[in-house]
Write a protein that binds this ligand. Structure first.
Ligand SMILES: Nc1ncnc2c1ncn2[C@@H]1O[C@H](COP(=O)(O)OP(=O)(O)OP(=O)(O)O)[C@@H](O)[C@H]1O
Ligand SMILES: [Mg+2]
Length: 261
């Protein structure tokens, strides 16, 4: 099963991606985390050893096979994992797409193409859950970075500009033939916030997978550069993300054979 997280800047994509990875992996699944943000922060949110991460190369553009059919990569996903991933807490393997190394070096289209190809081929690994953390710009949709995702989670905060971003991204994502688009609400402070998200989802309409409350524990974990799951495993935010993880995995069970793997 391949899950990608998108949404407005700062909505909570990385916090949710990392927490989902850790919770799903601790439940016994093999989890691959792909940091598809050119400002990569997923490794620290997962709690992966920063030295090991910095010693692991970014995905190489030469991995893309550009075949019309068959695997999208020139080698197996196991070989890619061996060379380009760092394994961290709960056994989560993180792969980083890439980031600018120099000013004026140009765009990172080939990095996005490689991440997209990797996501395509990971669909062949029936027992792997892949979580892709995307950048805030909607360009990942025009580039097709996550076009092989089985589920696209749009992370929404309860304010107009965040919801407008989700609406626009959902409109683009509707063109993806095999991707189920769902909303996860984050930073919900009260019933009014929850009602705003529910009203938005029924008006568009969009499926609402779950809601995560605003929590000072998330802010504190981030300040300390500690994964939320290690800082407050039983807190309100981690518990809500745990329920979302369970619901995600049950989507895999219900849609086996019809897209989601
Ligand atoms: N439920 C929450 N309660 C309180 N703060 C939160 C919550 N979720 C995320 N945050 C905080 O919001 C900020 C942004 O979170 P995060 O980095 O996960 O967002 P993002 O969508 O990945 O951002 P970017 O667009 O920069 O990649 C962080 O300071 C994080 O600690
Ligand atoms: Mg992020």
């Amino acid at each position: 099963m391949r899950v990608a997280l998108a949404g407005k800047g700062g909505a909570g994509k990385t916090t949710l991606s990392a927490s989902l990875c850790r919770l799903i992996a601790s439940g016994g699944s093999r989890v691959v985390a792909i940091d598809a943000d050119t400002n990569p922060n997923l490794a620290v949110a997962l709690g992966t050893d920063p030295v090991a991460v910095s010693n692991t190369p970014f995905l190489s553009a030469s991995l893309v096979a550009r075949r019309l059919d068959g695997p999208a990569l020139t080698c197996s996903t196991d070989e890619v994992l061996q060379q380009y991933s760092t394994v961290g807490p709960d056994g989560v393997a993180i792969i980083r797409m890439g980031m600018p190394q120099h000013t004026g070096e140009g765009c990172l289209c080939s990095a996005h193409a490689t991440a997209s190809a990797l996501l395509a081929d990971l669909g062949r690994s029936a027992n792997t859950v892949t979580i892709m953390d995307l950048e805030a710009s909607p360009e990942h949709l025009s580039r097709g970075t996550a076009r092989h995702a089985d589920v696209l989670l749009l992370v929404a905060e309860p304010y107009f500009r965040s919801l407008e971003t989700v609406r626009r991204q959902a409109e683009l994502a509707a063109e993806l033939p095999h991707t189920r688009v769902m909303v996860v609400a984050n930073k919900i402070r009260d019933d009014q916030d929850a009602a705003a998200i529910s009203e938005f989802c029924s008006r568009i309409p969009l499926e609402l997978l779950g809601m995560v409350p605003w929590s000072d524990e998330v802010v504190e974990a981030d300040r300390l550069a500690v994964p939320l799951i290690d800082h407050s495993p039983n807190g309100a935010a981690a518990s809500a993300i745990g329920r979302i993880a369970t619901d995600l995995l049950s989507l895999r069970a219900t849609s086996a054979g019809s897209g989601a793997r």
